[in-house]
Design a protein. Structure first.
Ligand code: MRU
Length: 379
């Protein structure tokens, strides 16, 4: 994607320093565009936990890079039980954020590829290749999601006689949350490229304002018409015919099509359902947890620090300020995600096509997963 007309992925290996991973500090966007270095597995853990990086695919990629950086630790070269040491780092990286399943998927993939390696050098070569393949696959999946979602936008545009298609999105499932293109935003960028008029309603997404700070910025950088709305406005806009479709991302989608995404997604789905507005989830298959069915009972929901709710951040033209938004006697509860049940979802936009949010729907696109049935009952 473009920043000031220059193309970037959201994470990459420093071209001259194989021990340095680079990414954007998302905590400072859009006010300051700062590229930061991650040079150790501990720094990768901290970056994920503190949300310097965020968004399911990027969390997975950062975790994978973290495991690669662990292979470069001097103490690994001397260690007898290299795989055990790497397994410890894998667990540490995995414990940073619990909801996005991409982290587990990416860590397992890098770790498993190192199982037969003979020494630390072979481990780091193998890990780096595995990381690069994850990055390239994520980009390819986002591109395919874009093409598949584009057809849904094109159809609505046709029905509206070419009038702008109004798309509501929540949180940030854009380029900066993925590796490139984004998931929910990929069809929007493609629609614009193809001359289909689109307009995006961007939920601000309290408490961390990923919509206001990241999605709105990305759309602006890429010339997509958009307006910011407060988190509670979507239902009203839907009642008044101002939303044609909703597209959001996901951190974990179960085998039966239940979807965990940023807190507030469920309320948007309820409002869309009540107003017969199509509600789509854009997801790479790295976000599907084939091992569970019931999202409400089985997806771990991250609880973050109350400070994120009690305080808000803004820019005064010179620097970012943090201010308290409530009296000092008030505490807060801060669940990071909620689960939208499959019955409220019109369809899942994957890299292999669009399917109903159901086990049958997902298995029709991913038949190789038929044999990997989870222990729970069919519901
Ligand atoms: O807490 P965050 O900002 O990591 O949450 C991100 C989201 O909920 C995104 O919508 C989701 O990860 C999809 S990103 C393609």
């Amino acid at each position: 994607m473009l920043i000031n007309q220059k193309h970037y992925r959201s994470i990459w290996l420093h071209p001259d320093h194989p021990g340095v991973v680079q990414t954007f500090d998302q905590r400072k966007l859009p006010f300051e565009v700062e590229i930061v270095d991650i040079e150790s597995p501990q720094q990768a853990c901290d970056a994920i936990k503190d949300m310097l990086v965020r968004g399911a695919p990027l969390i997975g990629a950062t975790g994978a890079f973290g495991l690669y950086l662990a292979t470069l630790l001097p103490e690994l070269g001397e260690a007898e039980n290299k795989l055990q040491k790497l397994s410890d780092w894998k667990e540490k990286l995995l414990s940073t954020r619990p909801t996005a399943v991409n982290l587990q998927w990416a860590l397992e993939r890098v770790y498993n590829r190192m199982a037969d390696c003979l020494d630390a050098d072979e481990m780091s070569d193998t890990a780096l290749k595995a990381v690069q393949s994850i990055l390239d696959e994520e980009v390819a999946m986002s591109e395919r999601i874009g093409m598949n979602g584009l057809e849904l936008i094109r159809e609505i545009s046709r029905r509206k006689g070419g009038a702008p298609v109004n798309i509501l999105t929540h949180c940030n499932a854009g380029w900066i949350a993925c590796i490139d293109y984004g998931t929910a935003t990929a069809p929007i960028y493609l629609a614009k490229e193809q001359g289909i008029p689109v307009h995006v309603w961007v939920d601000e997404t309290r408490p961390r304002n990923q919509g206001a700070r990241l999605t709105a910025w990305e759309l602006g950088e890429n010339g997509i018409p958009h307006h910011l709305i407060v988190d509670n406005a979507g239902g009203h806009l839907m009642q008044h015919g101002m939303v044609d479709m909703v597209i959001v991302g996901t951190d974990r989608t179960t085998r039966q099509g239940d979807v965990a995404n940023k807190i507030g997604t469920y309320l948007k789905a309820l409002a869309a359902f009540d107003n017969q507005i199509p509600f789509y989830i854009a997801l790479p298959s790295s976000t599907i947890d084939w091992g569970i069915r019931d999202g409400i009972r089985e997806i771990p929901i991250e609880e973050r620090d109350e400070e994120e709710v009690l305080f808000s951040e803004g820019w005064d033209g010179a620097r970012i300020h943090r201010i308290r938004v409530t009296g000092t006697a008030t505490g807060a509860v801060n669940h990071g995600f909620d689960v939208t049940p499959a019955r409220l979802i019109t369809g899942l936009i994957t890299e292999r096509g669009v399917c109903p949010a159901s086990e049958e729907g997902l298995l029709s696109l991913f038949p190789e997963k038929i044999s990997t049935s989870p222990p729970g009952p069919l519901s």
